[in-house]
Design a protein around this ligand. Structure first.
Ligand SMILES: [Zn+2]
Ligand SMILES: [Zn+2]
Length: 289
């Protein structure tokens, strides 16, 4: 790819968190002409409404990649895939354990750990994560020379997470709970143990520790994701990442509404696409003075 083509491609890569948290997850990654979703965990009606609120064209979605079978990741999958004729990818373990009424009518395609699948302009890398389900995975999406990671529902760090985060320009990274809020909160003891276990979720401190340890050289945007409604607050999560504020753009993904659509380049994220530079036409008439 020559540098000009690369610039054009990168100017048009977009991301949007349509939903993030235990109510549902759906992360949209797109070029101007095609898109994929990572997870489809809100209802069809909700995803349509949220996409519309941000001008996201779901007709461009070619495939949905599912991280695991918990309902907050698969709730809208069946109807979405059917109505948009989108392919669905998941591990065999996820397919085995997913409730039948969430499963797409067209059987999903299998994806395996340490395998990459190409859909249009997207190469989606799949790797293992630690979570209390059959065969959970995370995805790093490579498009136009950029890497966008979606890393949620992770009990503890692992080599796969570190290796993939290291390659990212943008990462949706789980920052699920504040430890003090979890332990003082209203969850029953077994649920507190589950959340904090190595197969549960990442706390704010754990997530920040991972970023510090990996120190990803290309990372410019960190979107704190899957925040607990009971055991976290956006301000508390963001505070845990304060030390990175001068290096990365840091924000949180909402559970209540779709996030902004961001255009991603190698150096940053912006709300507006790069202006298209139209070269001067040689045959333009001289201005009359
Ligand atoms: Zn979840
Ligand atoms: Zn889960």
């Amino acid at each position: 790819m020559n540098p000009t083509e690369n610039n054009i491609t990168q100017a048009n890569i977009k991301i949007c968190s349509l939903a993030s948290g235990s109510n549902g997850n759906a992360y949209y990654i797109a070029t101007d002409t095609e898109a994929i979703l990572v997870d489809c965990g809100i209802s069809y009606k909700q995803i349509i409404g949220r996409a519309k609120s941000r001008g996201v064209d779901l007709r461009q979605v070619k495939a949905v990649f599912i991280t695991h079978e918990h309902s907050d990741h698969v709730r809208g999958m069946r109807v979405f895939c059917q109505n948009f004729k989108a392919d669905c990818y998941m591990t065999k373990g996820t397919a085995l354990k997913c409730k039948a009424f969430y499963m797409p009518v067209v059987p999903p395609k299998a994806i395996h750990y340490n395998e990459s699948v190409t859909v249009g302009a997207f190469t989606v890398h799949c790797f293992e994560k630690s979570h209390d389900v059959e065969e959970p995975c995370s995805f790093r999406v490579e498009v136009g020379g950029l890497n966008i990671g979606v890393f949620t529902d992770i009990g503890c760090s692992c080599q796969g997470l570190c290796d993939n985060l290291e390659k990212c320009h943008v990462a949706f990274l789980e920052s699920n709970y504040d430890e003090a809020m979890l332990w003082a909160g209203k969850y029953p003891a077994y649920l507190k143990q589950r959340v904090a276990s190595d197969e549960g979720h990442l706390s704010n401190v754990q997530a920040a520790d991972i970023v510090r340890a990996v120190n990803p050289p290309h990372l410019h945007t960190l979107i704190l994701s899957h925040l607990s409604a009971d055991n976290n607050r956006p301000q508390i999560a963001l505070k845990a990442f304060a030390e990175f504020a001068d290096r990365y753009k840091i924000m949180h993904a909402s559970r209540y509404e779709a996030g902004e659509v961001f255009y991603v380049t190698e150096t940053g994220c912006s709300s507006k696409p790069k202006p298209i530079v139209i070269p001067d036409r040689l045959d333009r008439p001289e201005p009359k003075i």
